[in-house]
Structures are given as structure tokens and as C-alpha cells.
Design a binder for this molecule. Sequence first.
Ligand code: DX5
Ligand code: ZN
Length: 220
Amino acid sequence: MVAASILSADFGYLARQCREVLDAGADLLHVDVMDGHFVPNLSMGPAVCEAVRRACPEATIDVHLMVTDPSAFVAPFAAAGADHVTFHAEVVPDPRPLMAAIRHAGMSAGVAINPDTPVDRLGPAIEEADMLLVMSVHPGFSGQAFIPGVLEKVRTLRPRLRPSQRLEIDGGVHRQSAAACVAAGVDVLVTASALFGSKDYAAEIVALRGARSTGVALAR
Ligand code: DX5
Ligand code: ZN
């Protein structure tokens, strides 16, 4: 699947841009939430998610919380129409209570690790998360270069996951790095600058997807 990160959309035309990437074949809209603390940038919050939901009622909205206190944002994003919430393993001692809270709020739950964080930090999330997210850049900004060393973590995780668990990669995904990601076992590719910076969204999505697609949607 291809997840279009709206961080690189033109915010002045956000509804139109979301509609365009969905019509071009994006499977998910990826909403990057930054608090200026866990990462050195501010981005968007529940109000933007709610606007995206209103503009695209049928979209699957994949929220990526790059925040120090993700528990504070579960209810607001559920109310804003998110389908899925991923938080970072680095900010919780045990991912299970937060995964439970996300599901209780009617969403699926994901857990992310930064490029320097080992796979073991995911703990029970490896067995229990609906999605695992391997960051392939240091989070905070779009348009950074892909860190190929993280593919080793993808190769470690893939055989440990059940077929229903998704493995997502985020950061620096472009036509060249996408093939290596898919070969390593990724099934959800997040793309911001490569997609929104392209002239032909549909052609870019076809190129990113390559020959393989799981065709499996995130559970609501
Ligand atoms: C990075 C964000 C990513 C980012 C990806 O902090 O989590 O989702 O938007 O941007 P590109 O695809 O440009 O690397
Ligand atoms: Zn992201």
C-alpha cells in the first residue's frame, strides 16, 4: 500500500490535494503530528484531521504521532475521524495500555521506532500491534535522505509478524528506495515529498507500488 503523507501537501489547497492523491491511487492518507518536543518541528493536529475527514469521507486516515505524550491525543483523533493511530515506542514504557486505549476508541493501533532505536524496544507490540512503523529518517521533516541501514530491522521484523499485521516504512521513500523496502518485507510505503513533488501523482504511485501490492486494508 501507498500512504500519502500530507506533510508535503500544499496546505492552502489541502482538501483538493487529498482528493487528488486518493484519486491517483493512494491507499491511505498519512497525517504527521509533531509537537515541537519529541521532534524539532510543529505540524498539524486533530483539527486538520477533522478537515481531511470531512473532505474525504471514504479515506483511510493513518495518524503518525511524533509527540512526547501520545495518550493525550487518542480521544481527539478518534473524534476527528482517524482510522489508525501510530505512536512511538520511545515515549512509553509499555505499549500495551496505549494500544488498548486506541482500540477502545475505535481505531487500529501502530507502534513506531526511530532509526536509532532497536527492534527490541517494540516489546510486545511486535506480536500485538496492528501495524509496526520503521522510521527511515530521523522524524521531524519531509524531504530527508533514506537511511538504508533500517532495512535490517524490516528484515528482522517481517518473519515475526502475522499476515494481518502491517509493516510500514516512513521517510525518504522514493522510486529507488521503495523497491528495496518492499523486497525487505515492507507492505506500507509512506511518501510525502516524492509524491507531492511529482507532476503526475498516479504515475508516481504506480512506480512506488512496483509489481507488488498486498491489497489489504487497515482494520477499522
Ligand atoms: C517524517 C514524517 C514523514 C515524512 C516523510 O518526520 O514522519 O511521514 O512526511 O517525508 P518524505 O517522504 O519526504 O521523506
Ligand atoms: Zn510519518
